[in-house]
Design a protein around this ligand. Structure first.
Ligand SMILES: [Zn+2]
Length: 338
């Protein structure tokens, strides 16, 4: 398949990588946009750090980030309880395809066909089987691609089945170009970040006026514990001190799309071992350890009562051991039990 390459601005993507395991589909959620408009937007490199490898519309495919380079596509925090591939599929082991959206909110049939044909080529190149083709939704629960009923598992199964036999559709005239909106993106306390510059100074406070304690070499991974915005820069507190995350729009660290597994001490929330608690979420996953990286054993339906036996505080969540395993009691201020 032929496509134009409009290189994304380097601040929007990560470095080289080798292992590609997953293919992930998205939609842009930006009504009336085009593949080329998105390519141009990411080439300018303005706005929050985000990227995808390919953009597809009814007329063409645009390559924005090469396949051997990390794109920041699926690193966000969980947005629902549907996260079967959270932390397993991530920005470092996946290729992302963004499908553009018509003004009426639908993904065009030609876009679907072209995205399937592109997906077929990618799967053949990297030996990706059907079980490793995902929606962004399957990674962190984001409602993406939320068009053409693709979040419906049976519709998605039909889409996936079409990839194996897809061929490039006939070219169509490009719809009128409209500028892309800035995608969402943010620094997230509790996420692990990787240093993407040669060396990053660690200081005893937020700002260049603070003393240097040490340096993190490229590739260092740290957990972001606190964020401070100064006039032209954003600073983050790490376990060893403060680092500049971003200055004048240039990022020095990249979201690895994972929460810290380290048991840093959080504030006391008044949870009490030995007390009974009731599940207030519609369903609460029970895991074999404290943290989203642990395997799901079962689920407690709404209204389940359990006795709290042990408490562990992670960076932005608090976990409780119950008779059947570990559950998240509260995450990022949202309680799941009372
Ligand atoms: Zn997405």
């Amino acid at each position: 398949m032929s496509y134009a390459y409009i290189p994304a601005n380097p601040r929007m993507h990560g470095g080289k990588r080798s292992k590609i395991i997953y293919l992930i589909y998205h939609y842009t959620a930006n009504r009336g946009d085009t593949a080329r408009g998105n390519g141009n937007y990411f080439a300018r490199g303005e706005g929050p750090i985000a990227s995808a490898h390919y953009f597809v519309d009814d007329a063409e495919v645009i390559l924005s980030v090469p396949e051997d380079t990390v794109a920041y596509s699926v690193g966000g925090r969980p947005q629902s309880w549907h996260i079967p591939y959270y932390l397993r599929a991530n920005n470092f082991n996946s290729i992302s395809i963004e499908m553009c959206v018509h003004a009426d909110g639908r993904i065009g049939n030609a876009t679907i066909a072209r995205a399937q044909a592109l997906g077929r080529e990618i799967c053949e190149r990297h030996g990706i089987d059907s079980a490793h083709i995902l929606r962004h939704y399957d990674v962190n629960g984001k409602l993406c691609p939320n068009a053409n009923e693709l979040l419906n598992d049976s519709v998605w199964a039909v889409f996936k089945a079409g990839i194996a036999t897809a061929s490039v559709p006939a070219e169509q005239s490009a719809p009128e170009e409209t500028p892309a909106l800035a995608p969402a993106g943010d620094w997230i306390v509790g996420h692990n970040y990787e240093v993407i510059v040669g060396s990053l100074r660690v200081r005893d406070g937020a700002g260049l006026n603070h003393g240097i304690i040490k340096s993190y070499p490229r590739g260092t991974v740290f957990t972001l514990k606190e964020i401070v915005h100064l006039s032209i820069s954003t600073w983050g507190r790490t376990p060893s001190g403060w680092v500049c995350l971003e200055m004048r729009g240039a990022a020095y660290a990249a979201d690895r799309g994972e929460y810290s597994a380290g048991g840093t001490q959080g504030p006391s929330d008044g949870w009490e071992v030995g007390h009974n608690y009731t599940v207030t979420a519609s369903s609460l996953r029970v895991r074999d350890g404290a943290g989203l990286n642990h395997a799901v054993i079962k689920s407690y339906p709404h209204g389940t009562v359990f006795t709290l036996k042990e408490i562990v505080h992670l960076s932005i969540s608090t976990w409780g051991r119950t008779p059947s395993g570990w559950v998240c009691l509260i995450m990022d201020g949202e309680r799941y039990v009372k």
